[in-house]
Every structure is written in structure tokens, then in C-alpha cells.
Design a protein around this ligand. Structure first.
Ligand SMILES: Nc1nc2c(ncn2[C@@H]2O[C@H](COP(=O)(O)OP(=O)(O)O)[C@@H](O)[C@H]2O)c(=O)[nH]1
Ligand SMILES: [Mg+2]
Length: 340
């Protein structure tokens, strides 16, 4: 490891947790909604003082792996508005929670509107599925603030926190295009929700999105004939998309659901439980580097991306040992030093 990163110069407040933050973490460990919500708000902060505290929080989580195991599977759920993503996630969460009293599920809904409160409606819809005060399900919405693709640094930061607290983390995003790709960078598996016979799949095909998801769901299959035709259309579209795939042999996973009636949901839940694994260190590092590059691009454009590449190359083989927060801080310092 490079000497500079092996013994980072202590920053003010870094590594030490103030009692109030520690109390939030303790509350979050017990899945108390208010401490958890406040902890998330703290993690979402983006300025430099926020970073030091964020680093201390993650340090604490890592030092207590029994309480905060890195066990969650993050599942991106995407598709056009109204395709039934929220309803389906609600059903899936119920199904997953039903597997045992220790299972915990979080939902992070990325709201395309610019105000945080805009997500309340989605949350309310979702909450109707759950007994009041059920501590094992947690819902949070996040405004996009114009992040390209909706899924941004803040989403990534929150997903990193939720990975330590839950078994399944659903990230719901809307739109055709960039957001599907961005959520894939963050998630361990991505589910694309389609509506029958709306031509959704044609839009996705045109946008080059069909190659991205791991799982396809034709929702609203309340009517059998309609459903059969839709799935037939989807499979034809997938065969089309497969031509350009690198892993051409990989099978597509297609599910038919009615989130309204709950049909097909058990099968989808079983698939997620059995076939989506929590990522290993290397996979997590890939995600971290993706969002680090994105942060650099947003702040410093092509210059930032080049500087990051230079910075990472200089760290070479020892990169694996460096914590994300250190990496982020050191990379930012390096770029800023060159800007001055
Ligand atoms: N018929 C039918 N309606 C559904 C189904 N799933 C969701 N809906 C309805 O579709 C509308 C949009 O659902 P919502 O979950 O908010 O979609 P989202 O925008 O993708 O999150 C709501 O009125 C739901 O009740 C389904 O399986 N069948
Ligand atoms: Mg929704």
C-alpha cells in the first residue's frame, strides 16, 4: 500500500463518532424508523464535513460485523411509470418477509420529481401493504436533484448503508434510458417491469435497454390471453436483443405477475432469494469505482475522470486494501491539488 494511504493524515473528526451519531446507529440496528431516517440523511450529505462523519459511520459498521453484516442483496426495479413497480415491490416484500421472522426488507424509491416529499405518495401506497409499525420493512424516497439517470451518489451511499442493515434492498427507479443502466451499476440484480401490450419492450429495445436487466417481469397479467400474447412479444424482443449480447448463451428470466392479485409473486421472490447473491469484495469495489468516476465527472468533467484514472493507476495493486471513504477523500484531494 502506498505510504500516503497506509497512514492517512488524521482529518478533523475522522474516525471518531460523536455520541449522537452512535445513538442513531444503535437505533438503526434495532430498525427504529426515526434514527434510521436521520442516519440516512446524514449519509446523504455530500460536503466535506459530511464525508468525515460518513467515513466514521462506515468504519463503525465494519468494526461490528456481527451487528452489521454485509449481507443484503440490492435489487433494482425499473420500468415505465404505472407499470406496477411499487405495487409489485410491496407484494415481493411481503413474500420475502413471510420466509422468517429475521428477514428485513428496505425499499429506496428514486423519485423523478425534484422535491423529496413527492415520494410520499409512493410510500403511502406501499405502506398500505404492511401492518402499521412493522419494523422489518423500511421505506425511503429520494429526490433525484437532476442526477443523470436519477440514481446518483446519494443513492449509492444510502445503498451502502442499507446493505449492512437489511436482507433485501429494493431500489425503484423510473424512466426509459439512463436510469436503467445506472441502477444496474448499483444493484446486484435488475428487474425490468413491463406492462402487457403497451409496446414498452419495443421502446426498451430501441433504447438498447433490453440487454441490461437480469429479470423481466410482465406485470398486470390479470387476464390470461393478454398475458400470453405479451410474454410472446417479449420473448421475440429478447431473441432480437440477444443477437448483440456478449454472453449470448445466457437465458433470460421472464416472469408473469399480477401485483394486484399477487399471482406469480412467490415465484419471483423465490428466484431473487435463490439466484441473486450478495456481492463479494471485488464486485463491491467495481460499484464503488463506478460511482467515484461518476462523482469526478460531475464535479470536474473529463479532467476529473482523467485525474482519477491517473490517481488509481498510481495506487496500482494495493487498491483492494483501501477503504472506499479513504479512496474518495484521497482522490478528491489529488484532483483538487491539480486544480489549484
Ligand atoms: N390490473 C392490474 N393493475 C395493477 C397491477 N399492478 C399495479 N397495478 C395498478 O397500476 C397502477 C400503478 O401502479 P404502481 O405500483 O404505482 O406503478 P409504478 O408507477 O410502476 O410504481 C396502480 O393503480 C396499481 O393499482 C396488476 O398486476 N394488475
Ligand atoms: Mg412507483
Amino acid at each position: 500500500m502506498s505510504p500516503r494511504l497506509a497512514s492517512p493524515a488524521p482529518r478533523t473528526g475522522e474516525g471518531s463518532l460523536d455520541p449522537s451519531t452512535l445513538a442513531l446507529i444503535d437505533g438503526a440496528a434495532r430498525l427504529e424508523k426515526h434514527p434510521l431516517a436521520r442516519l440516512i440523511t446524514l449519509i446523504e450529505q455530500d460536503h466535506d464535513t459530511g464525508r468525515a462523519r460518513r467515513a466514521a459511520v462506515f468504519q463503525h459498521l465494519r468494526e461490528h460485523p456481527d451487528t452489521f453484516p454485509l449481507r443484503a442483496r440490492v435489487i433494482g426495479v425499473t420500468g415505465t411509470p404505472g407499470s406496477g413497480k411499487s405495487t409489485l415491490i410491496g407484494r415481493l416484500a411481503l413474500e420475502l418477509l413471510g420466509a422468517g421472522p429475521a428477514v428485513r426488507v428496505a425499499v429506496l424509491a428514486i423519485d423523478p420529481s425534484s422535491v423529496e416529499s413527492g415520494g410520499a405518495l409512493l410510500g403511502d401506497r406501499l405502506r398500505t401493504h404492511f401492518p402499521v409499525g412493522e419494523p422489518r420493512i423500511f421505506f425511503r424516497s429520494q429526490a433525484t436533484y437532476g442526477d443523470l439517470g436519477g440514481v446518483g451518489r446519494r443513492t449509492f451511499a444510502v445503498s451502502r448503508l442499507l446493505r449492512h442493515l437489511f436482507d433485501f434492498v429494493f431500489v425503484e427507479t423510473v424512466g426509459i434510458g439512463q436510469s436503467e443502466i445506472e441502477v444496474t451499476s448499483l444493484a446486484d440484480a435488475t428487474v425490468l417491469v413491463l406492462q402487457p401490450l403497451t409496446g414498452d419492450h419495443v421502446q426498451f429495445l430501441k433504447a438498447g435497454i433490453m440487454e441490461v436487466p437480469d429479470v423481466f417481469v410482465v406485470n398486470k397479467c390479470d387476464e390470461e390471453k393478454l398475458a400470453r400474447r405479451s410474454v410472446h412479444e417479449l420473448r421475440a424482443a429478447l431473441d432480437c436483443a440477444r443477437v448483440g449480447r456478449r454472453d449470448g448463451a445466457a437465458a433470460h428470466h421472464v416472469f408473469q405477475t399480477s401485483a394486484l392479485h399477487g399471482t406469480g409473486v412467490a415465484e419471483l421472490a423465490a428466484f431473487l432469494r435463490e439466484h441473486v447473491a450478495a456481492p463479494d469484495a471485488a464486485a463491491l469495489r467495481q460499484k464503488e469505482l463506478h460511482f467515484l468516476r461518476k462523482a469526478m465527472a460531475e464535479r470536474y468533467g473529463g479532467f476529473g475522470v482523467d485525474e482519477l484514472r491517473r490517481f488509481l493507476a498510481a495506487r496500482g495493486d494495493h487498491l483492494d486494501e483501501v477503504r472506499y471513504e479513504e479512496l474518495e477523500a484521497a482522490a478528491l484531494d489529488a484532483v483538487r491539488a491539480r486544480v489549484r
